[in-house]
Design a protein around this ligand. Structure first.
Ligand SMILES: C[S@@+](CC[C@H](N)C(=O)[O-])C[C@H]1O[C@@H](n2cnc3c(N)ncnc32)[C@H](O)[C@@H]1O
Ligand SMILES: O=C(O)C(=O)C[C@]1(C(=O)O)C=C[C@@H](O)C=C1
Length: 258
């Protein structure tokens, strides 16, 4: 792997996630603030089984759907991991990535990571990193929309309208790639995959305290749906075909075609 030339090293350091390591009197609701942004690469890799595979392959899949001269959206881009994968894999001429997040801490660091990528490689797709609420955006026609673990943080009552807007913004032949933590309608299956996910976190060095405090932090702000709910809602939003392309434990990614 090529090293960063010294002047281009991003000022963001790869810090370990210890946000929930000490006992908290009251666990506050999870927010994507500066503390989370600082440790996010470590946190998401140790929390989401298959995350690096999903991110890289979103780039590969996008390469099949991206159309010359079109826009590609990365919604809830955080630090821009998906945007970077789009820039590694999409070859179509004249594409532009619009990366959107409503956390100023994420957006600021995302810009730094993308500048570092710009400094390492030539002829990367241009990117606009926009600080905005994806529920209140003006949409332009796009050939690819990626939402990697973002819909689960949108209030359930707003999810259908957001997906309908995405459907209407997609060009014929385009696609939505949607990754989410899943809930399971079968109680036993839900309990098993939840336990296995906890084992995954333990194996990645999280203590029982960290696992329990993170669970209370996210339980009111991250509300996963089942695969059946996703399918039904995507069809209601006007998607004609919904194809799961990846699942590891209780985390999955789907391709939805307009
Ligand atoms: C789990 S992270 C996404 C991870 C990222 N896509 C990746 O692959 O690394 C969810 C992101 O969605 C953003 N987000 C949540 N609600 C949002 C909204 N209404 N508008 C824009 N961004 C939102 C959060 O700030 C956070 O950065
Ligand atoms: O489900 C969990 O326990 C998680 O930590 C998952 C999850 C996610 O899916 O986005 C939650 C918050 C952080 O963004 C990183 C990972």
């Amino acid at each position: 792997m090529r090293a960063f030339p010294a002047p281009c090293r991003p000022t963001v350091n790869r810090q370990p996630d210890q946000l929930f390591a000490q006992p908290l009197d009251q666990v506050p609701d999870f927010v994507f603030n500066e503390d989370v942004a600082r440790v996010f690469p470590d946190m998401i890799k140790r929390s989401v089984p298959g995350y690096p595979t999903i991110v890289e392959n979103i780039g590969v899949l996008a390469g099949q759907f991206a159309q010359p001269g079109s826009l590609l959206y990365d919604l809830g881009c955080s630090l821009g991991a998906v945007t970077q994968a789009l820039r590694r894999h999409v070859q179509a001429d004249g594409c532009r990535v619009i990366a959107v997040d409503n956390s100023s801490a994420m957006v600021e660091r995302c810009r730094e990571y993308l500048h570092a990528q710009d400094a390492m490689f030539q002829e990367l797709l241009p990117v606009d990193v926009i600080e905005a609420d994806i529920l209140a955006m003006d949409w332009q026609p796009a050939s690819l929309v990626a939402m990697n673990f973002t819909l689960q943080f949108i209030a359930p009552e707003n999810r259908l309208e957001l997906l309908s807007r995405i459907r209407n913004t997609l060009l014929p032949g385009g696609a939505l790639i949607l990754s989410e933590k899943l809930r399971f309608e079968d109680e036993q299956q839900h309990a098993l995959l939840t336990d296995l996910h906890i084992a995954f976190k333990r194996a990645n060095g999280y203590s029982e305290l960290e696992i329990a405090q993170k669970r209370s932090a996210i339980e009111n702000v991250m509300l996963p749906d089942s695969l059946e709910q996703h399918r039904e809602r995507l069809h209601t939003a006007g998607f004609s075909k919904v194809v799961p392309w990846f699942q590891c434990l209780n985390f999955a990614s789907l391709v939805a075609l307009p």
